[in-house]
Design a binder for this molecule. Structure first.
Ligand SMILES: Nc1ncnc2c1ncn2[C@@H]1O[C@H](COP(=O)(O)OP(=O)(O)O)[C@@H](O)[C@H]1O
Ligand SMILES: [Mg+2]
Length: 267
């Protein structure tokens, strides 16, 4: 038996992959309640432990640049490094992912998907929708996030009135700074970013940002040193070599400098 609603079909058989059915995605997760507040703990994928640090780096960047984001901190769980973030919805709100919104729209497989999405947000009363979506791609550029698929962003909706409240705070930024290998001279990265249905180099995707000058990139001064300190602080748990930490920092520094350059030439 299946129940038909306006746009979706809900089958009777619920898909319960784990006892924790309120999150999807690939990473190990658990909800905890700490001092009455609900938090999501998220580990790394397989043996990779960088994701939690990337989440925290993304939060730091967003905080400095004034981007609406989910605040991730580092925590440990049974000797594992995990990220910890508060739940960003409550009993009156829900996340509607871009993927769910796009399902109701025509698919172009080009920049039109991005433009139509922004138009849809504006039509539904979300203020400064373009800037807010651009901010996400600025963050992705800075940390080289390869995982901005359509379930990793969206909007927050009021469950009672169905009003679109705002874009969802930026979340799931962990699959970033993906170094393939490094040697004495170079850091090699192979990854691309995602712009809706397209997988493209970060240097291409950042072109959607119309006015980079509205961002005060000098607010990122010192962020690389801060990240270097954070990675060293947890070295006893992660086993990262000094060289690996250095290469990660070199990579972020290079992206920040590239953004500064783009900003200078942006008119
Ligand atoms: N802080 C949070 N509050 C509420 N829901 C969340 C939160 N973080 C994640 N989720 C939900 O869980 C899903 C999976 O989490 P995500 O961080 O995207 O992990 P993964 O890297 O495994 O995709 C998200 O798509 C979202 O629906
Ligand atoms: Mg996700």
């Amino acid at each position: 038996m299946s129940l038909s609603t306006n746009s979706r079909t809900i089958t009777k058989e619920a898909f319960l992959r784990t006892p924790n059915n309120t999150t999807d995605g690939m990473l190990k997760k658990a909800w905890i309640i700490d001092n009455g507040i609900r938090y999501l703990l998220k580990g790394g994928y397989k043996e990779e432990t960088l994701q939690p640090f990337n989440e925290v780096l993304a939060s730091e960047i967003c905080k400095r640049l004034g981007f609406n984001h989910v605040e991730y901190t580092i925590d440990t769980y049974k000797d594992m490094v995990v990220s910890k973030c508060p739940c960003f919805i409550n009993k009156d709100t829900e996340l509607i992912t871009c993927s769910q919104i796009e399902n109701t729209m025509k698919r172009y497989d080009n920049l039109e998907d991005y433009e139509e999405y922004i138009k849809k947000l504006e039509e539904n009363g979300i203020e400064n929708a373009r800037e807010k979506v651009e901010n996400m791609y600025i963050l992705d550029f800075l940390i080289m996030n390869e995982d901005r698929h359509l379930n990793n962003f969206g909007i927050i909706r009021d469950v009672n009135t169905l009003k679109w409240i705002d874009v969802a705070p930026l979340f799931d930024n962990g699959q970033s700074l993906n170094i393939e290998y490094y040697d004495e001279e170079e850091v090699h990265i192979s990854g691309n970013g995602r712009l809706f249905y397209e997988v493209k180099p970060f240097d291409e995707i950042i072109k959607v940002v119309k006015n980079i000058k509205r961002i005060d990139i000098s607010k990122l001064d010192g962020v690389v040193e801060w990240f270097d300190g954070l990675l060293h602080q947890y070295q006893h748990l992660t086993g990262y070599s000094d060289t690996r930490i250095n290469r990660l920092c070199v990579l972020i520094n290079a992206q920040i400098n590239k953004l500064k350059e783009l900003s200078l030439n942006n008119d």
